[in-house]
Design a binder for this molecule. Structure first.
Ligand SMILES: *[C@@H]1O[C@H](CO)[C@@H](O)[C@H](O)[C@H]1NC(C)=O
Ligand SMILES: *[C@@H]1O[C@H](CO)[C@@H](O)[C@H](O)[C@H]1NC(C)=O
Ligand SMILES: *[C@@H]1O[C@H](CO)[C@@H](O)[C@H](O)[C@H]1NC(C)=O
Length: 337
């Protein structure tokens, strides 16, 4: 009897799941077909948006767009002149921005600066984990400290920043955690072993955090993961060789991200086509996947003068520097605020 009852319950669960799923699919198709003017947009006015790595590249472009929508911007970076430049650009445009120098790889620095932001600016309502670095060399040629740095900046820091700001968002039942990951969070690329692993982790971070918030019944805090293909002129992948799929223009990417965040999309993939083709990788023979990836990105190394490491953040005086030692010392220079 007990067995029958539990079998009955399982069947009911499955049937219930199917019915609810059909409902959700129909709803999402209807939403898809609605003209975009009917779709709800997040009003960014009054939001306090913190952008890590906002002192250059994509972070700065997002800062300017959100400021124009009426949000107060908080820029975090290790590059002080970069921070000042972003703040200046936003203010010149009539927006509000505050800059803080913080090394997000340093947990204590994150917590301390977060307290400072809360006191001086207010409750952060949107956190954009944007800062990222790339080494771009064969695994065995990548020095240990750069591998460590890739993980510290690209993923471990997300834990500290999220732990710093999420509790407040939950209390106010209003917030948005945005993870800037990458297409490299879905496929492996040669010379990007550390980078890809950290981005896979970032994709997992977003998804598990979202499920966790849903399990806890927290409806007001959203998450979005952004997975762009290689982007031009952010200082990161400028010289990457990519065939067939053109590398993306940073302004287009920033526009798309802002739109995706305002629509509270869960996944923002660029180009969108990739979203509908990724699953193929689990179906076709590995040789095909490998052939495709190798031809698509013949060399992911961000070449510079001597094929060394490049950082997303320019040196203090704004000059881009490919010298390994230079970047590293620059990094340690800012370990302590
Ligand atoms: C900030 O959040 C706290 C709850 O964590 C709340 O008590 C306070 O009123 C909020 N401040 C503003 C300005 O909304
Ligand atoms: C920037 O710093 C680098 C290395 O410290 C130096 O070689 C270069 O001359 C500096 N450039 C400017 C414009 O100050
Ligand atoms: C890199 O920088 C270090 C110290 O600043 C210097 O000794 C070395 O010669 C530089 N190497 C290159 C290739 O510029």
């Amino acid at each position: 009897m007990a067995v029958q009852a539990s079998l009955m319950k399982t069947m009911m669960d499955v049937i219930g799941f199917l019915f609810i799923s059909i409902g959700m699919i129909v709803t999402s198709i209807v939403k898809c077909l609605m003209p975009s003017s009917y779709k709800p947009f997040k009003n960014c006015k009054g939001e306090i948006i913190l952008i890590t790595g906002g002192g250059s590249g994509l972070g700065r472009l997002m800062a300017m767009r959100f400021a124009r929508l009426g949000a107060t911007i908080v820029v975090w970076d290790i590059n002080e002149p970069g921070i000042q430049e972003t703040v200046k650009l936003v203010e010149a445009d009539g927006g509000k921005a505050h800059g803080y120098k913080c090394n997000i790889a340093d947990r204590e620095c994150v917590y301390k600066t977060a307290d400072l932001v809360r006191k001086e600016v207010g409750n952060v309502t949107m956190l954009i984990n944007n800062a990222g670095v790339v080494s771009g060399e064969f695994l065995l040629k990548t020095p240990d400290h750069l591998i460590q740095r890739t993980f510290d900046v690209n993923i471990v820091s997300h834990f500290w920043t999220t732990k710093a700001f999420l509790p407040n968002m939950i209390e106010n039942d209003h917030g948005h955690i945005v993870t800037i990951a990458s297409m490299a969070g879905h496929v492996g690329i040669c010379k990007l072993v550390d980078y890809c692993s950290s981005k896979y982790a970032a994709v997992g971070f977003d998804e598990s955090l979202r499920v966790e918030l849903e399990v806890q019944g927290i409806k007001g805090v959203r998450t979005t993961v952004v997975c762009p293909y290689f982007i031009q002129s952010t200082g990161m992948f400028d010289d990457v060789m990519s065939r067939f799929v053109p590398t993306l223009k940073s302004n287009d990417v920033a526009d798309r991200i802002v739109l995706g965040i305002r629509r509270e999309e869960l996944y923002v993939m660029m180009p969108t086509l990739f979203r509908y083709t990724f699953w193929l990788k689990w179906v076709v023979p590995w040789g095909m996947v490998s052939m495709f990836l190798r031809n698509l990105v013949p060399d992911a190394s961000p070449h510079q003068v001597d094929d060394k490491v490049k950082s997303e953040k320019p040196l203090d005086n704004g000059t881009k520097e490919s010298n390994l030692t230079a970047i590293d010392s620059n990094f340690h220079l800012h370990q302590r605020k």
